[in-house]
Design a binder for this molecule. Structure first.
Ligand SMILES: [Cu+2]
Length: 164
């Protein structure tokens, strides 16, 4: 029975990350810049819960878009590696990461940088905070799947327990 399969959840998360719809000016493989965020003060924000095993995200920055991810993403401590393939500096700001402190990973032109961000299941906006870059298209949504649960156990509900 595949219902509630952790693998499916992970695949869904990766598809959500890489499934860039058409959007003018953004090359194929880049992340759709038009998706809407779920910042901590929005209705769709999923409040913090205990972290899981997390995963790893590898992505590349260009002028002015991000390439697709490569890796599994479940909630928890997620290692993010940013390969900057442009000449100038780019970064990733993940809003709401690390319980709201907004993790920033920045790489100079032609360099690579990595960092660990703590994310709970839900959707997060990421963008490049260098002036003008976000408006030029360096923005996207990161969807994090719930931590996979052992076979036979019910998945943790996404709904908040109590109010924030
Ligand atoms: Cu940038």
């Amino acid at each position: 029975m595949l219902r509630g399969s952790p693998r499916l959840l992970l695949i869904a998360a990766v598809l959500a990350l890489t499934g860039a719809a058409c959007s003018g000016g953004v090359p194929a493989g880049a992340i759709d810049a038009d998706r809407v965020a779920c910042p901590p003060d929005s209705e769709c924000y999923d409040p913090p819960r205990a972290p899981g095993d997390g995963g790893m995200i590898a992505m590349a920055a260009h002028d002015f878009y991000y390439d697709s991810f490569d890796g599994e993403i479940a909630e928890g401590d997620i290692q993010v590696t940013l390969a900057n393939e442009a000449a100038g500096a780019h970064n990733i700001v993940v809003t709401g990461a690390n319980e709201g402190s907004d993790q920033v990973i920045e790489a100079n032109g032609g360099e690579e940088a990595s960092g660990t961000i703590n994310l709970f299941a839900g959707s997060y906006t990421f963008y490049c905070s260098i002036p003008g870059h976000r408006a030029a298209g360096m923005e996207g949504t990161l969807t994090v799947a719930p931590e996979p649960t052992p076979a036979g156990e019910a998945a943790t509900p996404l709904q908040a327990e109590g109010e924030g």
